[in-house]
Design a protein around this ligand. Structure first.
Ligand code: NAP
Length: 288
């Protein structure tokens, strides 16, 4: 990669960012397509967020990804929100259009594209989403008008109910329900479910022996999509494979949400497989 006087900069703003896969993924894509862009990560503590966003304007940085813990707080510093970000109340991508900063969220569409790419289009299907946090919110706002039926299960039922009421305010009569995340509810709901999405953090390292849905509630007609990507094969995905279910991993969502950000900044179609390979190499410890 050769940095020149014309090199455009994209950045990640988060806290911490040292272990992010995004720089590896985006730089591999820029290099593959011969684009004169570079992607760097900035560790920004919460009290410096406003200054960091002003820096995007001041330095003419073309675009940014925003990650934990800034996805909601960054909104107050932007000039404009695209509809995806307005609905989900969260931003993970910024485009600097001549000094006007526009916020987007690509998490929900990234999840939808990951399912489509795997051949499990949720259009007209029954989808069960586990979790009612930030990721679940982005995914459910994308799927609410797309799936035939959406059921949101969460450990804290009140949070799932609030999410469902926000969804109904926007999507009116859409078929969306909230229920507690329990074995009995899972057993009953999953019987006629097509796609199960884990959007909780259950199963994430260092708790990789945990699963949000035990093997005996899963079945072979399901597509099981776990958005957790550390480890890449979670216990949920391992057990889903054992019962003959189709599986989609969290790296797939990470790559697809990154690909949409890439396209917002460059206007060029993202090389999905190049991005996945680069991230995979890093996960396997084979990248610098
Ligand atoms: P979040 O806002 O903190 O939400 C966490 C969710 O997990 C909540 O619904 C919480 O339930 C639930 N939860 C946590 N511990 C639990 C437990 N022991 N039992 C049952 N439920 C539990 O987090 P987030 O930003 O939505 O992220 C969730 C996961 O998705 C993380 O692992 C993150 O790394 C991953 N993620 C992946 C991608 C990707 O591109 N692949 C993108 C975004 C996030 P309560 O409401 O009851 O606390």
């Amino acid at each position: 990669m050769r940095i020149t006087g014309k090199t455009r900069i994209c950045a990640l703003i988060g806290y911490p960012v040292e272990h992010s896969l995004s720089p590896i993924m985006h730089n591999a894509a820029f290099q593959y397509l011969g684009l004169d862009y570079v992607y760097v990560a900035f560790n920004v503590p919460p009290e410096r967020l406003g200054e960091a966003v002003s820096g995007i304007r001041g330095l003419g940085i073309l675009g940014a990804n925003v990650t934990m813990p800034h996805k909601i707080n960054v909104i107050r510093y932007l000039e404009e929100l695209d509809e995806s970000a307005r609905l989900a109340g969260s931003v993970n991508t910024i485009l600097n259009r001549d000094g006007r900063l526009i916020g987007y969220t690509t998490d929900g569409l990234g999840a939808l594209n990951a399912l489509k790419y795997a051949g499990s289009d949720p259009l007209g299907k029954k989808v069960v989403i586990l979790g009612a946090g930030g990721a679940s919110r982005s995914i459910s706002f994308t799927l609410a008008n797309y799936a035939r039926e959406l059921v949101i299960l969460n450990r804290t039922l009140k949070r799932a109910e609030e999410l469902v009421s926000d969804l109904k305010r926007v999507f009116g009569s859409a078929n969306i329900r909230a229920k507690p995340l329990s074995e009995a509810v899972l057993r009953n709901e999953l019987k006629d479910t097509n796609i199960l999405i884990n959007a909780t953090s259950v199963g994430m390292r260092p708790n990789e022996n945990e699963t949000p849905a035990g093997r005996d509630v899963l079945h072979g007609d399901l597509t099981v999509f776990d958005i957790v990507y550390d480890p890449l094969e979670t216990r949920l995905l391992r057990e889903a494979k054992m019962v003959g279910a189709k599986t989609v991993d969290g790296l797939s969502m990470l790559v697809h949400q990154g690909a949409i950000s890439f396209e917002i900044w460059t206007g060029v179609k993202a090389p999905i497989e190049v991005m996945r390979e680069a991230a995979l190499k890093k996960i396997m410890g084979k990248a610098d």
